[in-house]
Design a protein around this ligand. Structure first.
Ligand code: PLP
Length: 359
């Protein structure tokens, strides 16, 4: 919907365009990296039960019970490392991690300050920066995929945003690179771990040694609850207190909170089994794409980025077959590529056959 500029609008909002990817329903939707195996069972039960006695009242102001469940989840032992010890005051929640990122950017910089982010990365970051009166600068990834800590630090940005595993490239950033940014940064470092469950390591333990690291997580991807909009972040209590002010009260609705608590406390075996399955399918999908002559990038997430000659044309052809993928056209170094969400193998097989026909 293109409309003429409104004279009463805030001038800095004129350059902001609405984030509106093609979300038309598709028979097989591999476009948004959600959990294609479905809803975790205890969360589904909690949603049905939450209606009675819940929706006529305001929800919990700042989600205290949910924060406890999130802290316990983040504190469980992880492969190849000590369990981080995280308490509820180190957690802030939000209406999706989008809301947590927006709140953090608003809380931790003054208007006019700079936000630096890797390019390519999560498309919402420059939008949130501008929405909050900040400037944003993208720092190209080396060879299209690898974070250069010195280039990131050279921006002098008040807020540095990192994403690991990175969307849309799929690769995790190394501990060395993230630590180098944290050690040299003049301000806050946000590490977006929307896909942490699918990766081999997490930056979460850095919050114990740096007061200025904020690690964001979500229930939208591995936990299969994107429609409920529950995100969160972990950091030092002082940092979290600032983000909480900017977030404001009542941001997570009562049904979402009930489902999120059930998912984190009862559904972990379901979630972790499907994470394992996603990783196995991911390896198989990479092989299948290679077999049709493509060179997919390695992935630590539940999606794969694969360079192709004409991404929009292929995506349009697949759409007419009922298959949705996310096309990219101007990725630094990489150029055109398709991002494919990992799901049940039958869906992958159909997508690969359709891509092979469309090439
Ligand atoms: C999907 C995604 C998010 C947003 O998730 P919500 O919690 O649903 O708002 C944040 N960051 C990245 C990198 C994502 O891909």
């Amino acid at each position: 919907m293109a409309t003429a500029p409104l004279d009463v609008a805030r001038a800095s909002y004129r350059e902001i365009s609405l984030y509106a990817p093609n979300r038309a329903p598709a028979r097989i939707d591999l476009s948004d990296n959600t959990n294609l195996w479905g809803v975790p069972p205890a969360a589904a039960r909690a949603i049905r039960e939450a209606v009675t006695g819940t929706v006529t009242r305001y929800p919990n102001l700042y989600c205290d019970t949910l924060k406890g469940a999130m802290a316990a989840y983040l504190s469980r032992p992880v492969a190849g490392g000590a369990a981080p010890s995280i308490d509820a005051p180190q957690i802030v929640t939000g209406c999706g991690s989008d809301d947590v990122l927006d709140s953090a950017i608003r809380a931790l910089a003054e208007p006019g300050d700079l936000v630096a982010y890797p390019d390519p990365s999560f498309a919402m970051i420059p939008i949130f920066a501008r929405m909050n009166g900040l400037r944003a600068t993208g720092v190209p990834l080396v060879d299209g995929t690898t974070l250069d800590p010195d280039a990131m630090l050279a921006t002098g940005a008040r807020i540095i945003y990192l994403c690991s595993p990175n969307n849309p490239t799929g690769n995790a950033t190394t501990r060395e690179a993230i630590s180098a940014v944290v050690d040299g940064a003049p301000g806050v470092v946000i590490v977006d771990e929307a896909y942490a469950e699918f990766a081999g390591w997490s930056a979460l333990d850095l919050i114990a040694t740096s007061e200025r690291v904020l690690v964001t997580r979500t229930l939208s991807k591995a936990f299969g609850l994107a429609g409920l909009r529950v995100g969160y972040a972990a950091g030092s209590p002082a940092l979290i207190a600032e983000v909480e002010k900017s977030r404001g009260p009542y941001k997570v609705n009562a049904i979402a909170e009930a489902a999120a608590i059930a998912a984190l406390t009862e559904d972990l075996p379901w979630v972790l089994d499907h994470v394992d399955e996603a990783k196995a399918v991911r390896a198989r999908l990479i092989d299948a794409l290679r077999a049709i002559g493509l060179a997919p990038l390695p992935s630590d997430a539940n999606f794969i980025l694969v360079p192709v000659p004409d991404a929009p044309a292929i995506a349009t052809t697949l759409r007419s077959d009922g298959i949705a993928l996310r096309p990219f056209t101007a990725l630094p170094t990489i150029g055109h590529a398709l991002r494919i969400g990992v799901g049940p193998w039958t869906q992958m097989e159909e997508a690969v056959h359709a891509i092979a026909r469309a090439l």
